[in-house]
Design a protein around this ligand. Structure first.
Ligand code: 5CA
Length: 151
């Protein structure tokens, strides 16, 4: 039940609710810290897992929502990986459970077009053991991003 969610997952549940996304947060049996583990935990292909990654561009942070089967072409996009402390400071969550919404500081979002090839995608819900499913176009809608090639 939602009342039993840890604080970090409850924050994601509340953020989703405020955005009008109907999603049930699921606790995985084992670790879902990586896209591969999350895919195995929910029985989805790794391409249907949303990686929520913080990068910086000219020092300014951006949130990239990337298909689990893609690797961001950071060089082409002029991006650098944010370190774990910066990610925590900006989002309020620890790596392995970074959700796509509900961050302390709302960041500009870049959205991987390949996520739209799936009917449903799964994203982290604030902890390495909590995920939620969402239609990718719903996630796209609430981010206000324009889908693009990030790989
Ligand atoms: N819960 C899973 C599936 S949704 C998850 O959060 N996957 S993830 O891909 O969004 O988050 C893990 C990612 O964090 C890895 O792809 C890895 O590239 C990145 N990462 C791991 N350690 C660090 C670190 N020290 N600094 C910056 N990024 C890191």
């Amino acid at each position: 039940m939602s009342a039993e969610l840890p604080t970090s997952a409850a924050r994601v549940r509340d953020a989703l609710g405020e955005l009008g996304i109907e999603a049930t947060i699921v606790e995985t049996g084992g670790s879902a810290r990586t896209a591969e583990e999350a895919a195995a935990a929910v029985g989805a292909g790794v391409g249907a897992i949303v990686k929520s990654l913080v990068f910086t561009r000219n020092g300014e942070p951006e949130l990239l929502l990337v298909s689990g089967s893609n690797r961001v072409d950071a060089k082409r996009l002029g991006l650098e990986r944010a370190d774990a402390d910066r990610v925590r400071e900006l989002t309020g969550f620890a790596i392995g459970g970074i959700p796509p919404v509900g961050h302390l500081t709302p960041l500009p979002v870049r959205f991987d077009e390949d996520l739209l090839h799936h009917a449903i995608v799964w994203a982290a819900a604030g902890t390495p053991r909590h995920v939620f499913a969402v239609a990718p176009n719903e996630l796209l809608r609430v981010t206000g991003a324009t889908p693009e090639r990030l790989a």
